[in-house]
Ligand binder design. Structure first.
Ligand code: ADP
Ligand code: ADP
Length: 228
Protein backbone atom coordinates (compact mmCIF):
# COMPACT_ATOMS: atom_id res chain seq x y z
CA UNK A 1 0.00 0.00 0.00
CA UNK A 2 2.86 2.39 0.91
CA UNK A 3 6.36 1.41 -0.19
CA UNK A 4 9.54 3.45 -0.21
CA UNK A 5 12.88 2.27 -1.51
CA UNK A 6 16.11 4.23 -0.99
CA UNK A 7 14.23 7.52 -0.77
CA UNK A 8 16.17 10.75 -0.37
CA UNK A 9 14.89 14.30 -0.07
CA UNK A 10 17.08 17.36 -0.39
CA UNK A 11 15.24 20.70 -0.30
CA UNK A 12 16.06 23.58 -2.67
CA UNK A 13 18.10 25.26 0.10
CA UNK A 14 20.43 22.25 0.21
CA UNK A 15 19.09 20.73 3.46
CA UNK A 16 18.87 16.96 3.21
CA UNK A 17 15.79 15.93 5.21
CA UNK A 18 15.73 12.22 4.26
CA UNK A 19 18.79 10.07 3.76
CA UNK A 20 17.70 6.72 2.30
CA UNK A 21 14.30 5.61 3.60
CA UNK A 22 13.05 2.04 3.11
CA UNK A 23 9.58 1.15 4.32
CA UNK A 24 6.62 -1.09 3.62
CA UNK A 25 3.23 -0.34 5.17
CA UNK A 26 0.24 -2.62 4.52
CA UNK A 27 -3.43 -1.79 4.13
CA UNK A 28 -5.08 -1.54 7.55
CA UNK A 29 -1.96 -0.84 9.61
CA UNK A 30 -1.82 1.83 12.30
CA UNK A 31 1.65 3.39 12.42
CA UNK A 32 3.15 6.06 14.67
CA UNK A 33 6.03 8.11 13.31
CA UNK A 34 8.23 9.37 16.16
CA UNK A 35 11.56 11.16 16.49
CA UNK A 36 13.14 14.47 17.52
CA UNK A 37 12.18 17.80 15.93
CA UNK A 38 13.89 18.26 12.58
CA UNK A 39 14.38 14.49 12.17
CA UNK A 40 12.43 14.38 8.90
CA UNK A 41 9.04 13.08 10.09
CA UNK A 42 6.97 15.72 8.29
CA UNK A 43 8.98 15.34 5.12
CA UNK A 44 8.50 11.56 5.30
CA UNK A 45 4.72 11.83 5.52
CA UNK A 46 4.45 14.69 3.02
CA UNK A 47 5.99 12.35 0.43
CA UNK A 48 2.98 10.07 0.90
CA UNK A 49 0.44 12.62 -0.35
CA UNK A 50 2.83 14.33 -2.75
CA UNK A 51 3.08 17.57 -0.84
CA UNK A 52 6.81 16.95 -1.36
CA UNK A 53 8.55 15.09 -4.20
CA UNK A 54 11.47 12.76 -3.53
CA UNK A 55 14.90 13.72 -4.90
CA UNK A 56 15.87 10.08 -5.37
CA UNK A 57 14.41 6.61 -4.85
CA UNK A 58 11.07 4.90 -5.47
CA UNK A 59 7.73 5.58 -3.77
CA UNK A 60 4.66 3.51 -4.55
CA UNK A 61 1.31 4.51 -2.99
CA UNK A 62 -1.81 2.45 -3.76
CA UNK A 63 0.03 0.86 -6.69
CA UNK A 64 0.94 4.24 -8.17
CA UNK A 65 4.61 5.06 -8.71
CA UNK A 66 5.02 8.64 -7.45
CA UNK A 67 7.84 9.45 -9.87
CA UNK A 68 5.51 8.66 -12.77
CA UNK A 69 2.54 10.56 -11.35
CA UNK A 70 1.75 13.61 -13.48
CA UNK A 71 0.92 16.85 -11.62
CA UNK A 72 -2.61 16.83 -12.98
CA UNK A 73 -3.19 13.37 -11.48
CA UNK A 74 -2.22 14.45 -7.96
CA UNK A 75 -5.85 15.33 -7.03
CA UNK A 76 -6.84 11.73 -7.85
CA UNK A 77 -4.14 10.37 -5.55
CA UNK A 78 -5.40 12.69 -2.80
CA UNK A 79 -8.93 11.30 -3.10
CA UNK A 80 -7.60 8.14 -1.53
CA UNK A 81 -5.73 9.95 1.21
CA UNK A 82 -7.18 12.01 4.06
CA UNK A 83 -4.82 14.46 5.73
CA UNK A 84 -5.15 15.91 9.24
CA UNK A 85 -2.98 18.68 10.71
CA UNK A 86 -2.09 19.89 14.18
CA UNK A 87 -3.77 23.26 13.53
CA UNK A 88 -6.98 21.82 11.98
CA UNK A 89 -6.99 24.12 8.93
CA UNK A 90 -10.77 24.56 8.91
CA UNK A 91 -12.46 27.27 6.86
CA UNK A 92 -13.43 29.77 9.60
CA UNK A 93 -16.50 31.29 7.94
CA UNK A 94 -18.13 27.99 7.06
CA UNK A 95 -20.22 25.86 9.41
CA UNK A 96 -19.12 22.42 10.55
CA UNK A 97 -21.52 20.94 7.99
CA UNK A 98 -20.17 23.12 5.19
CA UNK A 99 -16.53 22.44 6.06
CA UNK A 100 -17.14 18.73 5.63
CA UNK A 101 -19.49 19.04 2.64
CA UNK A 102 -16.88 21.14 0.86
CA UNK A 103 -14.59 18.11 0.67
CA UNK A 104 -17.30 16.28 -1.30
CA UNK A 105 -18.22 19.28 -3.45
CA UNK A 106 -14.66 19.66 -4.74
CA UNK A 107 -14.67 16.06 -5.94
CA UNK A 108 -18.06 16.64 -7.54
CA UNK A 109 -20.00 14.15 -5.46
CA UNK A 110 -23.66 14.05 -6.51
CA UNK A 111 -25.50 16.69 -4.42
CA UNK A 112 -28.19 14.18 -3.41
CA UNK A 113 -25.55 12.07 -1.63
CA UNK A 114 -23.78 14.87 0.17
CA UNK A 115 -26.18 15.52 3.04
CA UNK A 116 -26.33 11.89 4.17
CA UNK A 117 -22.59 11.37 3.85
CA UNK A 118 -21.83 14.51 5.85
CA UNK A 119 -24.31 13.72 8.60
CA UNK A 120 -23.11 10.10 8.82
CA UNK A 121 -19.50 11.17 9.28
CA UNK A 122 -20.45 13.88 11.79
CA UNK A 123 -22.24 11.20 13.76
CA UNK A 124 -19.10 9.03 13.70
CA UNK A 125 -17.00 11.83 15.18
CA UNK A 126 -19.73 12.80 17.68
CA UNK A 127 -20.62 16.20 16.23
CA UNK A 128 -24.00 15.67 14.62
CA UNK A 129 -25.63 18.16 16.99
CA UNK A 130 -23.08 20.88 16.14
CA UNK A 131 -23.45 20.82 12.36
CA UNK A 132 -24.52 24.48 12.24
CA UNK A 133 -21.73 25.81 14.44
CA UNK A 134 -18.71 27.62 13.03
CA UNK A 135 -15.19 26.54 14.07
CA UNK A 136 -14.76 29.45 16.52
CA UNK A 137 -17.74 28.18 18.50
CA UNK A 138 -16.08 24.80 19.10
CA UNK A 139 -13.40 23.55 21.49
CA UNK A 140 -10.02 22.47 20.10
CA UNK A 141 -10.98 18.81 20.36
CA UNK A 142 -14.22 19.43 18.51
CA UNK A 143 -12.41 21.35 15.78
CA UNK A 144 -10.04 18.44 15.35
CA UNK A 145 -13.05 16.11 15.05
CA UNK A 146 -14.37 18.31 12.23
CA UNK A 147 -11.04 18.08 10.45
CA UNK A 148 -11.10 14.29 10.87
CA UNK A 149 -14.66 14.19 9.50
CA UNK A 150 -13.53 16.23 6.51
CA UNK A 151 -10.55 13.92 5.94
CA UNK A 152 -12.58 10.70 6.00
CA UNK A 153 -15.91 11.71 4.43
CA UNK A 154 -14.63 10.48 1.09
CA UNK A 155 -13.70 7.06 2.59
CA UNK A 156 -9.96 7.29 1.82
CA UNK A 157 -7.81 4.16 2.07
CA UNK A 158 -5.13 6.07 3.98
CA UNK A 159 -5.38 8.71 6.70
CA UNK A 160 -2.24 10.74 7.41
CA UNK A 161 -2.12 12.84 10.56
CA UNK A 162 0.76 15.19 11.40
CA UNK A 163 0.72 15.72 15.19
CA UNK A 164 -3.09 15.71 15.36
CA UNK A 165 -3.12 16.02 19.17
CA UNK A 166 -0.30 18.58 19.38
CA UNK A 167 -2.68 21.38 20.42
CA UNK A 168 -4.95 19.29 22.65
CA UNK A 169 -4.93 18.34 26.33
CA UNK A 170 -4.35 14.67 27.27
CA UNK A 171 -7.99 13.79 27.86
CA UNK A 172 -9.16 15.39 24.61
CA UNK A 173 -6.28 13.64 22.83
CA UNK A 174 -7.50 10.26 24.00
CA UNK A 175 -10.95 11.05 22.58
CA UNK A 176 -9.33 11.83 19.23
CA UNK A 177 -7.39 8.56 19.40
CA UNK A 178 -10.67 6.68 19.91
CA UNK A 179 -11.90 8.18 16.64
CA UNK A 180 -8.70 7.09 14.85
CA UNK A 181 -9.03 3.57 16.27
CA UNK A 182 -12.61 3.40 15.07
CA UNK A 183 -11.57 4.49 11.56
CA UNK A 184 -8.69 2.00 11.60
CA UNK A 185 -11.01 -0.83 12.71
CA UNK A 186 -12.87 -0.37 9.42
CA UNK A 187 -9.70 -1.13 7.48
CA UNK A 188 -8.30 2.36 6.89
CA UNK A 189 -4.52 2.67 7.13
CA UNK A 190 -3.48 5.33 9.68
CA UNK A 191 -0.10 7.06 9.66
CA UNK A 192 0.33 9.44 12.57
CA UNK A 193 3.38 11.55 13.42
CA UNK A 194 3.35 12.36 17.12
CA UNK A 195 5.36 13.69 20.05
CA UNK A 196 3.01 12.16 22.59
CA UNK A 197 4.87 9.62 24.69
CA UNK A 198 1.65 8.96 26.60
CA UNK A 199 -0.37 8.04 23.54
CA UNK A 200 2.32 5.86 21.93
CA UNK A 201 3.03 3.95 25.14
CA UNK A 202 -0.65 3.52 26.05
CA UNK A 203 -2.30 2.73 22.72
CA UNK A 204 0.20 0.25 21.32
CA UNK A 205 0.80 0.25 17.57
CA UNK A 206 3.64 -0.09 15.10
CA UNK A 207 6.30 2.54 15.83
CA UNK A 208 8.68 3.91 13.20
CA UNK A 209 11.39 6.19 14.61
CA UNK A 210 13.12 8.70 12.34
CA UNK A 211 16.40 10.40 13.26
CA UNK A 212 18.58 12.52 10.97
CA UNK A 213 16.56 11.46 7.95
CA UNK A 214 16.86 7.73 8.59
CA UNK A 215 14.57 5.07 10.04
CA UNK A 216 16.41 3.97 13.17
CA UNK A 217 13.71 1.74 14.64
CA UNK A 218 10.61 -0.08 13.35
CA UNK A 219 8.72 -2.10 15.95
CA UNK A 220 5.41 -3.92 16.12
CA UNK A 221 3.58 -2.58 19.20
CA UNK A 222 6.59 -0.40 19.99
CA UNK A 223 7.42 2.23 22.60
CA UNK A 224 7.84 5.99 22.18
CA UNK A 225 11.48 5.66 23.20
CA UNK A 226 12.28 9.32 23.96
CA UNK A 227 11.79 11.52 27.00
CA UNK A 228 8.46 13.33 26.75
P1 ADP B 1 10.27 16.93 11.62
O1 ADP B 1 8.89 16.83 11.09
O2 ADP B 1 10.81 15.65 12.16
O3 ADP B 1 10.43 18.05 12.60
P2 ADP B 1 10.94 17.98 8.98
O4 ADP B 1 10.68 16.96 7.96
O5 ADP B 1 9.96 19.07 9.16
O6 ADP B 1 11.23 17.25 10.39
O7 ADP B 1 12.35 18.67 8.69
C1 ADP B 1 13.53 17.92 8.41
C2 ADP B 1 14.62 18.89 7.95
O8 ADP B 1 14.25 19.46 6.71
C3 ADP B 1 14.84 20.06 8.92
O9 ADP B 1 16.21 20.37 8.90
C4 ADP B 1 14.03 21.17 8.29
O10 ADP B 1 14.54 22.42 8.63
C5 ADP B 1 14.18 20.88 6.81
N1 ADP B 1 13.03 21.33 6.02
C6 ADP B 1 11.73 20.98 6.18
N2 ADP B 1 10.95 21.56 5.27
C7 ADP B 1 11.76 22.31 4.49
C8 ADP B 1 11.56 23.16 3.35
N3 ADP B 1 10.35 23.35 2.81
N4 ADP B 1 12.64 23.77 2.81
C9 ADP B 1 13.87 23.60 3.34
N5 ADP B 1 14.12 22.80 4.40
C10 ADP B 1 13.09 22.16 4.97
P1 ADP C 1 -31.32 14.23 12.26
O1 ADP C 1 -30.97 13.16 11.28
O2 ADP C 1 -30.98 13.87 13.67
O3 ADP C 1 -32.71 14.78 12.10
P2 ADP C 1 -30.36 16.37 10.67
O4 ADP C 1 -29.95 15.63 9.46
O5 ADP C 1 -31.67 17.09 10.62
O6 ADP C 1 -30.31 15.43 11.94
O7 ADP C 1 -29.24 17.43 11.02
C1 ADP C 1 -28.67 17.63 12.30
C2 ADP C 1 -28.11 19.03 12.38
O8 ADP C 1 -27.39 19.36 11.19
C3 ADP C 1 -29.20 20.05 12.52
O9 ADP C 1 -28.72 21.15 13.31
C4 ADP C 1 -29.40 20.47 11.08
O10 ADP C 1 -30.06 21.70 10.98
C5 ADP C 1 -27.98 20.50 10.58
N1 ADP C 1 -27.91 20.39 9.11
C6 ADP C 1 -28.36 19.36 8.35
N2 ADP C 1 -28.18 19.61 7.06
C7 ADP C 1 -27.59 20.83 6.97
C8 ADP C 1 -27.17 21.67 5.90
N3 ADP C 1 -27.31 21.31 4.62
N4 ADP C 1 -26.57 22.87 6.19
C9 ADP C 1 -26.45 23.24 7.47
N5 ADP C 1 -26.83 22.51 8.54
C10 ADP C 1 -27.42 21.32 8.28
Amino acid sequence: MIQMKDVYKTYANGVTALNGINIDIDQGEFVYIVGPSGAGKSTFIKLMYREVKQSKGTIVINNTDMSELKEKKVPFLRRNIGVIFQDFKLLPKLSVYENVAFALEVIEEAPRNIRKRVMDVLELVGLKNKARFIPDELSGGEQQRVSIARAIVNHPKIVIADEPTGNLDPETSLGIMKVFEEINSKGTTIIMATHSKDIVNTIKKRVIAVEDGLIVRDEHRGEYGYEA
